[in-house]
Design a protein around this ligand. Structure first.
Ligand code: PEP
Length: 251
């Protein structure tokens, strides 16, 4: 049984006061929700304000990125162990915005995932094709490279602490969602890749989230598909009622 995950990615929004207010509004709307793992990902400087609010609730804390070293002369970076120290249980790794604007590659993503797992974090590992790649019929090749590169050297046991987020880049923040069929097709492909690289049991256990303009209005259809185990949500996670509407997809 795969427990669904609904994770909010707040990106570069919400200072401490706004982040605390957002999560304070969310808590009562999701407090009775069971059987869904709820995760929010504020900016680094708002982690502690959110941590304070979610203490004792069913909401988990994630960061949006980390470095792969534990410490050292790496100005501006943050270590996975420091995220644990700040109250995080999860970290998003390899988001397409980081690949696009900050030069992250399958190799650096792989190092970050390994470091995050070593520190005890759950890694939300993002993959996805651009519109250009989809139109050139390269979606499956790109995803195969991202999965193989990102997970290189990671054991089946370690994979239990990895959540894959399939986010077609053309659907992020654009209002264009992959259809339920398009998303299901890709999710089944990704699960097949994991079965091939690892084994059936590992593939059956891994959670694969969909991301890209998920809203309360489209989440039900996506979640009804057999290989879609949740959502990574950007824009719609910035308001308590819309995020709660996604978290409560089953109600
Ligand atoms: C994201 O940032 O991961 C994302 C999916 O954004 P949005 O929901 O706004 O498309």
């Amino acid at each position: 049984m795969r427990i669904p995950v609904i994770a909010g990615n707040w990106k570069l929004f919400k200072n401490q006061a706004d982040a605390a207010a957002l999560v304070a509004g969310l808590i009562p709307l999701v407090k009775d929700t069971v059987g869904v793992e709820i995760v929010v990902s504020p900016v680094f400087t708002s982690l502690s304000a959110v941590r304070e609010k979610i203490c004792g609730t069913n909401i988990k804390l994630s960061a949006q990125n980390c470095y792969w070293e534990e410490e050292g002369a790496f100005t501006g970076e943050i270590a996975p162990g420091m995220l644990v120290d700040a109250g995080c249980s999860h970290v998003i790794i390899g988001h397409s915005e980081r690949r696009q604007y900050f030069g992250e590659t399958n190799e650096t993503v792989n190092k970050k995932i390994k470091a995050a797992l070593k520190a005890g974090l759950v890694a939300i590992f993002c993959i996805g094709e651009t519109l250009e790649q989809r139109e050139a019929d390269k979606t499956f090749d790109v995803l195969r490279d991202q999965v193989n590169g990102g997970l290189a050297g990671i054991t089946a046991a370690d994979l239990a602490k990895v959540i894959i987020a399939y986010e077609p880049v053309w659907a992020i923040g654009t209002g264009k969602t992959a259809s339920d069929d398009q998303a299901q097709e890709v999710h089944a492909f990704i699960r097949g890749l994991i079965a091939g690289e690892y084994d059936q049991a590992t593939a059956a256990a891994i959670r694969i989230l969909y991301g890209g303009s998920v809203k309360p209005e489209n989440v039900k259809g996506l979640m009804s598909r057999p290989d879609i185990d949740g959502a990574l949500v950007g824009g719609a996670s910035l308001k308590a009622d819309s995020f709660a509407g996604i978290v409560n997809f089953g109600k």
